[in-house]
Structure formats: structure tokens, C-alpha cells
Write a protein that binds this ligand. Structure first.
Ligand SMILES: Nc1ncnc2c1ncn2[C@@H]1O[C@H](COP(=O)(O)OP(=O)(O)OP(=O)(O)O)[C@@H](O)[C@H]1O
Ligand SMILES: [Mg+2]
Length: 356
């Protein structure tokens, strides 16, 4: 049933999300909005504005946004923990707070707190009881399955107060799985975890997808989102700025290309000037930085004719990080000046911050 954890992310990354035409909509928000009013100044603030979004059955959806962007507010609206000021949100075509909806959803809140005098098994049995699972055999089956999916089988009898942060996060995940939900809603499941802990949670998300579950999770850890998500949405100041598959958001070939050459004569170099953004030197090699991949073939042809020796051609691909940084960079003061300067907007394509 399960595949080797080490290969999970690779598999997830290679998967192209199936077309959404015939897929069931699991989450649908239409013009969703939430206003908070300060009890002191009575000032109103839209934490979420006109948010419309569909999440389809079986997909892993990453909800990206900077601190204060409105991720948790959206998730609380999704879970029926807050009521909407405007618009609607439905899960499985029903209202979030409906018992039939709750039976199909597992939720990991942003900062879960636990009864730490309980051991993990006791905590999960309590969670099962609160989910309305009462038959002993069913409870034991659900506890075993949740422990397995969250890789905590050996910790069933350990008290929660002895758990590390990463183990607690996985205990929260086990709790969210106790009712065998069709949809998992996870608010920052990797936050505060070290690289190993983050990988464990990512692997768990991929396993859940393999089980046919739909996963919606918020994060601002971009590599985690890139590794496991079929689609992502970027929220900024309450507004959903972009939604799509990563390869739709990240423009193919928009990154610059670096060519390292040897034996490049001076006249040949000046003939290449119109095509080269920047010349540099690294040891004995001359480095030609091209604006984009479109001119690479042309420049390589000219280099060959001039008898220059090409040592390497390195495309600097655009990353989801650059898309994200560009979105938040448009908010003054949020991104350091240096980052803004290195992420210029270019006509007709997303600006890039090459990841080298
Ligand atoms: N209960 C509340 N009362 C007043 N304002 C709130 C409340 N909850 C959230 N906000 C405000 O709404 C905005 C969005 O907050 P939210 O917690 O949804 O952001 P977030 O994207 O989850 O941020 P983070 O990454 O820091 O968790 C923020 O400006 C926040 O101050
Ligand atoms: Mg939050």
C-alpha cells in the first residue's frame, strides 16, 4: 500500500495533476470575506477579501502567504470556526459547521496544544470519542491507522509532554486523521520543524494523497510547497493573487542562462555583446550571462564558429520562491531593498530571482 518514503517526494513532484474537468470540487469559496473590528478603535479590517477558490478531490493544495496575509483566517472560515462577513465557503457542497461536513474533515490548527499528561494512545482514543467513533474495534483500527500514517507507531505509550516539537506536530496530524477524513486541512504543518521533521510531514502528506485524500495546507516555507503540491494559491493582504499548478506560475525558460567558455578571442567577445547581458571572469573561463534561454542556441552557434571552448551551460530556472517574493515585494517595506532590486519586473513575464 505504501511506497518507500525516500521516493515519495520525487514521485509527487513528477506527477502532473490530472485535468480538473471531471473532478469533484471539495472546497469552494465564492467571494469570501472576513472583517475584524478593533474593539478599542472600532476600526475595521478586511483580513480576507473577495476570495474565490476551488480545491478538487485528490489534490494537494498549498496555500502560500506572508505573515498576516490571511491564511489562518481563511482556514478558520473553512472549518466553521469563524463566520464570513461576505461570500460563502462550502466543503463537499455543504456548510463548514454541518456535522456531515465535520465527519469528512480532519483539521490541524496553527498552534495545537495538547493534554500533555496523556500518552499518545490515550489522546488518540479521546480524539476518536470526540469524533463520535464509539465501537471499540473501530477505535482501535483508527488509532492504529493514524499512528501508522503519522509514523508514530512506537510512541503510542509515550506521554505527550515527552514529545519533541516535530513529534507533537505529527501527533496533531494523527489526531486529524482519526476519523479517516476525506479532506485534511493543515495550518502551517511544517512550521517550527527542523529539515528532518519537515520531510516527515511532507512524506505524510504524500502518503495521504496516495490514499486518495485531498490535502489543503498553508505554509510560507516555499520548498515544502514546491515539493508536494499539485496546485498552489498565493494570498496577499487577504486577496488571492495567484492560483495554479507550479509550472503554470513559474514561467518556463524565464530564467537567465550562464555560459562558461575558454579561449574566447576579444573580437569574438565584442561580436557577442548584443546578446550578452553581462561578461564575467572565473579563473581561466569567461562567463557570459544571457538574459534568457531564447538566445542560448544562437550564442552557442557563434561560439562554435569562433572556435571557443564551451565549458558549461547553466540555466538559472525560475523558482516558486521568485514568484512568491515578487508578489509580496509589491508590498512596501516587507522585502528587503536588495531582494526587491534583484527581482525586477520584466514586460510579458514574471520577474525572476534566479536560484543558483
Ligand atoms: N481575531 C482577530 N481579531 C482581529 N484581527 C485579526 C484576528 N485574527 C487575525 N486578525 C488579523 O487578520 C490578518 C490576517 O491574519 P491571519 O492570522 O489570517 O494571517 P496568517 O496568514 O495566518 O499569518 P501567519 O503566517 O502569521 O500565521 C492579520 O492582519 C491579523 O492581525
Ligand atoms: Mg496563520
Amino acid at each position: 500500500m505504501m511506497s518507500n518514503a525516500a521516493t515519495l517526494e520525487g514521485k509527487a513532484r513528477q506527477q502532473t495533476a490530472p485535468p480538473q474537468v471531471d473532478r469533484r470540487v471539495v472546497v469552494e469559496a465564492r467571494g469570501l470575506g472576513k472583517v475584524f473590528t478593533s474593539s478599542f478603535t472600532q476600526r475595521k479590517k478586511w483580513a480576507v477579501k473577495k476570495l474565490s477558490l476551488k480545491v478538487y478531490e485528490g489534490e494537494v493544495f498549498g496555500f502560500l502567504g506572508a505573515n498576516g496575509a490571511g491564511k489562518t483566517t481563511t482556514i478558520k472560515l473553512m472549518m466553521g470556526l469563524l463566520s464570513a462577513t461576505a461570500g460563502t465557503i462550502e466543503l463537499f457542497g455543504m456548510k463548514p459547521g454541518h456535522p456531515a461536513t465535520r465527519a469528512r474533515v480532519g483539521f490541524l490548527p496553527e498552534n495545537p496544544s495538547f493534554y500533555d499528561c496523556l500518552n499518545l494512545g490515550e489522546f488518540l482514543r479521546l480524539s476518536a470519542a470526540l469524533s463520535g467513533i464509539t465501537r471499540k474495534r473501530e477505535v482501535e483500527r483508527r488509532v492504529a491507522e493514524s499512528l501508522f500514517l503519522s509514523r508514530l507507531v512506537d510512541e503510542e505509550n509515550t506521554r505527550l509532554r515527552k514529545f519533541s516539537k516535530g513529534m507533537l506536530q505529527r501527533a496533531g496530524l494523527a489526531q486529524a486523521l482519526i476519523n479517516d477524513p476525506k479532506l485534511l486541512v493543515l495550518d502551517e504543518p511544517m512550521s517550527g520543524l527542523d529539515p528532518v521533521g519537515r520531510k516527515e510531514v511532507r512524506d505524510a502528506i504524500v502518503r495521504l494523497k496516495e490514499e486518495g485524500k485531498t490535502v489543503f495546507f498553508s505554509s510560507h516555507i516555499i520548498p515544502d510547497v514546491e515539493l508536494v503540491c499539485d496546485r498552489v494559491g498565493i494570498i496577499k493582504e487577504g486577496c488571492l493573487e495567484k492560483v495554479g499548478q507550479i509550472n503554470e506560475l513559474v514561467v518556463e525558460g524565464a530564467g537567465s542562462v550562464e555560459i562558461a567558455v575558454k579561449d574566447l578571442r576579444e573580437e569574438a567577445a565584442s561580436g557577442l555583446k548584443p546578446f550578452v547581458k553581462k561578461f564575467g571572469v572565473a579563473g581561466e573561463a569567461t562567463i557570459l550571462e544571457l538574459e534568457d534561454s531564447e538566445t542560448t542556441t544562437l550564442v552557442l552557434g557563434k561560439l562554435a564558429r569562433e572556435g571557443a571552448r564551451v565549458l558549461s551551460v547553466t540555466p538559472h530556472k525560475e523558482s516558486l520562491e521568485s514568484v512568491f517574493v515578487n508578489e509580496v515585494a509589491r508590498r512596501p517595506g516587507l522585502v528587503a531593498e536588495g531582494v526587491k532590486n534583484s527581482a525586477p519586473r520584466r514586460r510579458g513575464r514574471l520577474a525572476v530571482l534566479s536560484r543558483r
